[in-house]
Design a protein around this ligand. Structure first.
Ligand SMILES: [Zn+2]
Ligand SMILES: [Zn+2]
Length: 193
């Protein structure tokens, strides 16, 4: 595994700026990989890892940089729970670790560096210095990963009987004897105008 500073450099490039969320995300991902014994996620261990992220904020970009897991490779899964947390699944062993940033970390940053007024600067420095134990809560978990969730899954593509659009990865819904996409089954996030 590379150093915190090397990952932060890459994270800054990918994210567009360096911020407290990057420091938090890089450390969170480094800890996850270390606990799972995955030291080369971008090369040798490339196919071993699936990562679930629970927020679409700065830290998530950093997690993607360190793990090499990307949405477009199906190795990064987004669960929109609004929490600074991620679960790292070693698909070669089934072992999975969920790591969440502790809510107390912000207060701790204020205590450690009251002399720094800018919140982001204060947290950026503190999040480098705070111990893993004070920064994160860890839990070993079990994640059910059906075949269609795996990055390399090759499945049949079906067509929605209502809108005619193709659907991959078993995301279709059976409704009244019809095969429908999730939008036509009522899960639309948009309305037609
Ligand atoms: Zn940011
Ligand atoms: Zn449809």
């Amino acid at each position: 595994m590379r150093s915190l500073d090397e990952y932060l450099h890459d994270a800054e490039q990918a994210h567009g700026h360096l911020c407290a969320g990057q420091v938090l995300g890089v450390r969170l991902a480094m800890l996850g990989l270390q606990k799972l014994g995955i030291d080369d996620p971008r090369a040798k261990d490339r196919k071993r890892l699936v990562t679930f992220v629970e927020i679409d904020r700065c830290a998530t970009d950093a997690v993607a940089v360190v793990t090499g897991c990307r949405l477009g490779k199906r190795a990064l899964k987004f669960r929109d729970w609004g929490k600074v947390a991620a679960t790292f699944v070693d698909v070669s062993t089934g072992k999975a670790l969920r790591i969440a940033a502790k809510e107390s970390s912000k207060a701790l940053a204020r205590q450690m560096h009251p002399e720094i007024e800018d919140k982001n600067q204060q947290q950026m420095l503190s999040y480098r210095e705070i111990s893993d134990d004070d920064l994160f809560a860890l839990q070993w978990v079990k994640v059910d990963l059906p075949p269609e969730e795996f990055p390399g899954y090759k499945g049949e593509r079906v067509v929605c009987e209502a809108c005619g659009e193709g659907i991959n990865f078993r995301r279709e819904v059976q409704r009244d004897g019809k095969v429908l996409c999730r939008a036509c089954a009522g899960e639309q996030y948009y309305t037609r105008i």
